[in-house]
Design a protein around this ligand. Structure first.
Ligand SMILES: *[C@@H]1O[C@H](CO)[C@@H](O)[C@H](O)[C@H]1NC(C)=O
Ligand SMILES: *[C@@H]1O[C@H](CO)[C@@H](O)[C@H](O)[C@H]1NC(C)=O
Ligand SMILES: *[C@@H]1O[C@H](CO)[C@@H](O)[C@H](O)[C@H]1NC(C)=O
Ligand SMILES: *[C@@H]1O[C@H](CO)[C@@H](O)[C@H](O)[C@H]1NC(C)=O
Ligand SMILES: *[C@@H]1O[C@H](CO)[C@@H](O)[C@H](O)[C@H]1NC(C)=O
Length: 277
């Protein structure tokens, strides 16, 4: 018999090999190492439960919904609750790569912390020693924006607001196991605006709508004079760009235009030094 700790070791080894292949693909956005004083020790039951939780989440990450919640542990106080949300337009394989990568990274960014939430371009991963399921969480958010001004700010804000009004409605009622919508609008005869909104599908329609409305109102104050922006709540996230950054669900997909380089982002919450978008 192989002792259980060896299984975790093998799991970690396979994680490492996946990470080295996919490192470039996962773009880090934001992390909240919630509640810095709530810690566990590396050889504790909670640590083992967390390993089991990540293994369960990764193995469920090819779920077509792009969402899964898991629990690990026999009972309080060592139960670990976790979930992930993949961006609604990515493949199950890309979702699994992102969730596996995020699981390995979050314990490095938030070592020995019992609760954390981390965002990448393709997925969000959360875990906690408290249940985080089917409950909207709007207690904090990461805000990122592109440091590149728009030319006609008034028109831009108007188009952005209208586009998000539509996305809020469509994303919150989506019934196919995902609460996700994308949309496109003309800024001028030669420039378009592209946007997406997504909630964790365990939210109800009104809960999702409320979260997206709140995220959109952040846009109006933080970002709407810049050419790109994102608001990341644990329960929902929104993003807009002036280039097509998602795969439209309806065929044919828009041409893949590489994002402009050399742009920097600030985050409101952390005061991090500027980072590449
Ligand atoms: C992290 O989340 C907590 C609430 O859970 C919030 O109070 C805190 O401000 C957040 N910190 C950051 C850096 O987002
Ligand atoms: C997932 O969350 C639902 C609530 O949305 C809960 O009823 C269910 O028990 C959770 N599943 C696991 C495996 O924890
Ligand atoms: C997927 O999740 C369920 C419940 O969260 C868990 O029982 C199951 O073991 C996971 N699947 C795999 C293949 O690990
Ligand atoms: C989570 O862990 C903290 C610190 O160990 C503990 O005080 C708290 O009661 C735990 N919460 C639950 C729901 O077990
Ligand atoms: C954008 O403008 C083009 C023509 O300039 C039109 O064909 C298209 O329907 C417009 N798109 C939207 C979303 O309004």
């Amino acid at each position: 018999m192989i002792p259980i700790s060896n299984y975790f070791f093998i799991f970690k080894l396979s994680l490492l090999s996946i990470i080295s292949e996919t490192k470039a693909a996962e773009r880090f956005l934001y992390v909240n190492c919630t509640n810095n004083h709530v810690t566990y020790t590396p050889d504790s039951t909670y640590a083992a439960n967390l390993d089991a939780l990540f293994a369960s989440l990764s193995s469920n990450a090819t779920n077509p919904a792009g969402f899964h919640n898991s629990t690990a542990g026999r009972g309080p106080p060592d139960v670990a609750y976790g979930l992930f949300l993949c961006r609604g337009d990515i493949s199950p394989a890309a979702c699994q790569r992102c969730v596996t990568f995020a699981s390995a990274q979050v314990v490095q960014r938030c070592p020995t912390l019992k609760q954390a939430t981390i965002w990448y371009d393709n997925c969000m991963l959360r875990y906690s020693n408290k249940s985080i399921f089917a409950a909207p969480d709007l207690t904090f958010r990461g805000i990122l924006w592109k440091i590149q001004d728009v030319t006609n700010a008034l028109n831009f804000q108007f188009v952005l607001e209208r586009l998000f009004g539509d996305i809020e409605n469509r994303a919150s009622i989506d019934g196919l196991g995902k609460k996700f919508a994308t949309g496109e609008a003309n800024l001028s005869s030669f420039q378009s605006l592209y946007a997406l909104g997504q909630c964790t599908p365990d939210l109800t329609t009104p809960e999702c709508n409320k979260c997206l409305v709140k995220a959109n109102s952040d846009f109006q104050s933080c970002c709407a004079s810049y050419q790109g922006g994102r608001v990341l709540f644990p329960s929902c996230n929104v993003r807009y760009e002036t280039y097509p950054f998602y795969n439209a669900l309806a065929a044919p997909p828009p041409p893949v235009v590489p994002p402009p380089t050399g742009l920097y982002l600030r985050t409101l919450e952390t005061g991090d030094s500027p980072r590449k978008y």
